[in-house]
Ligand binder design. Structure first.
Ligand code: SF4
Length: 311
């Protein structure tokens, strides 16, 4: 059976839209209607008039789509596709953290559960975190959660002193500085481009720091022909498609058992699971309606600020 053809047919018959993250397998990116990062995917999910949204990504992304469009059917090919960053912030602990920091505005990454979003004032992604923080008065006290590396980076570029939650993404946190320097000595002409969820020593050696979509744009527009890419390896597919004349090297991680920079949650998605998911309209994402209403407020604020700033 030609899975791609079957998926295309089901998608048409069911008036579904397939949204995929840059970190999923290449063949899934190629069958999607839209491929993007967390911000782009949230914006697409908010504006689509499709009756069914199939989210080829991880749980919190599909939840965000459901929060934005509670009346639509939102499907995720594998419910086990979670996120180590979202897992690093248990709701009860975060509630206590907020209680300990009165007068603070709570900014959380979209990489969180609906429950964490429901406790937040504004959401952000790595594409708009700096601008969202800068949209607040300089003396405003802020809690920034859950990614500590990104929080530290935003503190440094905005000259703020936000209170940070101690969470991290296992992929970005585990890149090896020694491995990156060794790769650089092998390819001295290559520029190091890194995601701000990486640890500080890596950001210090990076030629350019940016969100996944910013790194994609930068690698295409920059005159350099070689790049060491310090983010999830799935983005290399789009980088090569956009700039076939350039070379891209995935950065190594600290884990000796893994020479790749793969998010094991994103990689749970497969063509077979996508096909079954569309065919059976399952697994479906559901959110408690009251929780969904509360979680919608910070997502809407993020989208409004982003739209105003043209991000
Ligand atoms: S790459 Fe990191 S932040 Fe993104 S889904 Fe995987 S674990 Fe979560």
């Amino acid at each position: 059976m030609d899975l791609v053809k079957e998926i295309e047919k089901l998608k048409k018959d069911k008036k579904a839209i397939i949204l995929a993250h840059y970190y999923v397998r290449p063949e899934l990116q190629d069958v999607a209607d839209y491929v993007g990062d967390s911000l782009g995917l949230s914006q697409k999910a908010a504006e689509t008039d499709a009756e069914i949204i199939v989210f080829v990504g991880v749980n919190f992304m599909a939840e965000t789509a459901k929060i934005l469009s509670p009346g639509k059917k939102v499907l995720l090919p594998d419910l086990e596709a979670g996120c180590s960053l979202a897992d690093s912030i248990p709701a009860a602990d975060f509630s206590e953290f907020i209680r300990q920091h009165p007068d603070h505005i709570v900014i959380t990454y979209v990489n969180t559960t609906a429950e964490i979003k429901s406790m937040s004032d504004i959401c952000c992604t790595s594409s708009n975190a700096k601008q969202i923080v800068e949209s607040l008065p300089k003396d405003q006290k802020i809690i920034f959660a859950p990614d500590k590396n990104l929080g530290n980076y935003i503190n440094s570029v905005t000259d703020r002193d936000m209170v940070l939650w101690d969470g991290q993404c296992h992929v970005h946190h585990e890149f090896s500085i020694e491995g990156i320097l060794a790769l650089k000595s092998k390819h001295p002409g290559a520029k190091v481009i890194a995601h701000p969820e990486c640890q500080k020593p890596i950001l210090l050696v990076a030629d350019h720091i940016g969100s996944t979509s910013e790194l994609l744009t930068y690698s295409h527009n920059d005159a350099c022909k070689e790049f060491i890419v310090v983010t999830e390896s799935g983005i290399l597919h789009k980088m090569k498609q956009k700039s076939p004349d350039k070379s891209f090297y995935p950065a190594p991680s600290d884990d000796p058992n893994c020479v790749c920079a793969d998010c094991n949650f994103m990689k749970l998605n497969t063509l077979e699971k996508l096909y079954q998911c569309l065919k059976n309209e399952s697994p479906e994402i559901s959110i408690d309606p009251e929780m969904g209403k509360k979680a919608l407020i910070p997502i809407r604020r993020m989208l409004e600020i982003s739209e105003k700033l043209g991000i």
